[in-house]
Design a protein around this ligand. Structure first.
Ligand code: PRP
Length: 219
């Protein structure tokens, strides 16, 4: 039986649901069947930007001197190198939104698709360099359904040697979220919403359809 998100206090500490009204508003527009790919891409970008603000609240900073037009004072510099790991295809659309806040972020793509029959993730692209080049990995994927793709991506990153990893998505199914938090209890999850569940084909309900197809006009 699926574990309810609300029944597991350990999961509640790991999972961050955005309380922001703009996130709720934009996610509703994203769900709407009549939203076309142009608008859909814009909303994914904007939601990614808003979630980035929340997901990076604990970035390490170091003091640095700064000269204003009037005086010298101490300011801050973000110390951590951030890496974005968009899961192809749908995660790609979130990159621009994060880049608007963190233009220096490195991007390392992971290609996975979900086998329609088994619902298991199949890896088809991975060009990570030999060892980690970033301090914080932000895994990007609008959808966490069974959780298989997100779990597999974090497995890849941990094998790579990544030490600090967060997952940033738009919507998740409770069953997939429970699987993910069990598999990777050390990885914080930032979301716009937790939906009702999965249908018999593994699609999130009420969901927003297929985020890859809707972004790229391939529905
Ligand atoms: C979708 C989605 C996630 C995955 C979620 O991608 O973008 O990557 O499914 O499902 P899971 O949690 O059950 O693994 P899809 O496989 O449709 O590939 P696409 O992004 O290329 O369309």
């Amino acid at each position: 039986m699926a574990v309810s998100f609300h029944e597991r206090s350990d999961m509640a500490a790991q999972v961050h649901l955005s309380p922001h009204p703009l996130v709720k508003h934009k996610l509703t527009l994203l769900r709407e069947r009549s939203t076309d790919p142009t608008k859909f891409r814009q909303l994914v970008r904007e939601l990614a930007l808003l979630l980035t603000y929340e997901a990076t609240a604990d970035l390490a900073v170091a003091p640095r001197r700064v000269e204003t037009p009037l005086a010298e004072t101490t300011g801050y510099k973000v110390e951590e190198v951030v890496g974005l790991i968009p899961i192809l295809r749908a995660g790609l659309g979130m990159v621009e939104g994060v880049w608007q806040l963190i233009p220096s972020a490195q991007v390392w793509h992971i290609g996975l698709f979900r086998d329609e029959r088994t619902l298991r993730p199949v890896e088809y692209y991975n060009k990570l360099p030999v060892s980690p080049t970033v301090d914080l990995c932000l895994v990007l994927d609008p959808m966490l359904a069974t959780g298989g793709s997100a779990i597999a991506t974090v497995d890849i990153l941990k094998r790579w040697g990544a030490r600090r990893i967060k997952f940033m998505g738009l919507i998740a199914a409770p069953e997939g979220l429970a699987r993910f938090t069990q598999a990777h209890p050390d990885v914080a999850v930032h979301l716009a919403a937790i939906d009702e569940g999965l249908n018999e084909r593994g699609f999130i309900l009420p969901g927003l359809g297929d985020a890859g197809d809707r972004q790229f006009g391939t529905a």
